[in-house]
Ligand binder design. Structure first.
Ligand code: SAH
Ligand code: SF4
Length: 420
């Protein structure tokens, strides 16, 4: 079959264009994922005068992202007659939950489905002082990192901004984290300076505090959608998460890194995983296009990186592949050569059926960490989380594919019933 190609800036091979999203059969437009300006336009095109369109868009935006409502009827400060008018033309969608699991260690994992029936994953990892949501950017991945299970799937399509921000909203739904306030609107029914009214909106002790773009897919190969989604996540009138609490992880799409810094401005994580050309070519094949030197130079140039906002280098520990003392020393040397404000995350390899690698021994990982740490670079070893529920990249999807269709449908129905 002929696959259309999309040009990527720089000297890279084109990547297959993601399949287009199938439009809804009823012709209604999903508001989730649209910038506020676009909502104003759509309300205008649907017949509201410019002033009304602007006001309604502001109200609706607030209900969508600040209050998390999924039904126009719940928008109590919008006239009763206006609500069906909205519902005829627009929808408030969320990805469908196919399966939700909770690990004995509190890690949660969801298998989600797009409206056109493609499955992808989302993971929530609670810690003592934070809760991190691991968000997917694509269904599958065009890159084939050899230790990554997602890499064995073909790219089905890019996720839309709505499907990306929808994951965060779904997590807030599941964690019960939308403000419960009286239903009035910020900036409309009360003054933003009115602390008493505003405090009714601000729940303390949120569970979901951080977001990492480390689910399925390569976020920088779906740049526009990831950027637009993260803008909604960061919007003060939207989900209002600080850019300091968001991390984008890339396998090293060098030509997009500067734009990521300039146009998104979140923390950067780089899946380095190896310090020699041979090994990185093998395990992270994008290295054949953008080598280690180019990648580290792009890190050195990343806007906003500083000692206060360090770049995270992810390093998966693979037995006898990338885990020697020499590798650790070379890692230190490279970080120093490029004067990178860096920390290193050592990730024990999470094995999957058919993987050609094994995880390094705990002693080896400890020694590797010591060498990096003794050179003055923070090098925590990431504790594996949610192993009992296959919470590693790409694994839930495969586990679910082994289940029968009927069983999945039954699970989905139960889920709907529980939600409804
Ligand atoms: N495509 C992006 C983001 C998604 S992968 C990237 O590659 O950075 C998120 C992280 O999980 C990456 O660092 C990836 O290398 C790591 N990872 C993937 N499969 C893994 C496995 N089986 N064990 C441990 N880490 C894995
Ligand atoms: Fe894709 Fe990242 Fe997995 Fe590589 S590690 S195959 S880039 S998801």
């Amino acid at each position: 079959m002929h696959t259309p190609l999309m040009p990527i800036p720089g000297h890279t091979d084109p990547v297959p264009v993601p399949r287009d999203v199938t439009p809804r059969e009823d012709g209604r437009i999903d508001l989730i994922g649209l910038p506020k300006k676009r909502i104003v336009e759509l309300f205008g095109e649907a017949g509201l005068d410019p002033k009304a369109a602007k006001l309604r868009a502001k109200q609706v935006f607030h209900w969508l992202y600040h209050r998390g409502v999924t039904d126009f009827e719940a928008m109590t400060d919008i006239a009763k007659t206006m609500r069906p008018w909205l519902a005829e033309r627009f929808v408030i969608d969320r990805p469908e939950i196919v399966e939700a699991q909770v690990s004995t260690d509190g890690t949660r994992k969801w298998l989600l489905r797009t409206a056109d029936k493609h499955d992808f994953e989302m993971v929530f990892i609670p810690d003592a002082d934070r809760g991190t949501l691991c968000v997917s950017s694509q269904v599958g991945c065009t890159l084939n990192c050899r230790f990554c299970h997602t890499g064995t799937m073909r790219l089905v399509r890019n996720l839309t901004p709505g499907e990306i921000v929808g994951q965060v909203m779904l997590a807030r739904d599941s964690l019960g984290e939308w403000p419960k306030g009286a239903g009035n609107m910020a900036g409309l029914d009360f003054d933003d300076d009115d602390e008493e009214a505003a405090s009714a909106y601000t729940p303390d002790g949120r569970l979901l505090t951080n977001i990492v773009m480390m689910g399925m897919g390569e976020p920088l190969y779906n740049f526009d959608n990831v950027r637009d989604a993260l803008k909604l996540v960061m919007d003060g009138d939207g989900l209002a998460l600080s850019k300091r609490r968001i991390t984008l992880s890339t396998s090293g799409v060098v030509p997009m890194m500067a734009r990521a810094g300039e146009e998104i401005g979140v923390n950067l994580a780089v899946s380095l995983h190896a310090v020699t050309k041979d090994v990185r070519d093998e395990i992270v094949p994008i290295n054949r296009k953008y080598g280690i030197e180019e990648l580290l130079q792009a890190c050195a140039d990343y806007p906003g990186a500083s000692n206060a906002r360090r770049i995270t280098f992810e390093y998966v520990m693979l037995k006898d592949k990338n885990d020697s003392d020499d590798d650790a020393r070379e890692l230190v040397r490279l970080i120093k050569q490029y004067k990178l404000p860096a920390k290193v995350n050592l990730i024990p390899f999470n094995p999957w059926d058919g993987a050609v690698y094994e995880c390094s021994s705990p002693e080896r990982i400890k020694r590797f960490a010591e060498i990096v740490f003794d050179a003055g670079i923070s090098a925590p070893v990431r504790t594996p989380r949610g192993r009992d529920i296959d919470a590693a990249c790409g694994q839930l999807k495969t586990a679910a594919e082994k289940k029968s269709r009927a069983e999945l449908d039954r699970l989905a129905e139960e889920k709907q019933a529980a939600l409804g």
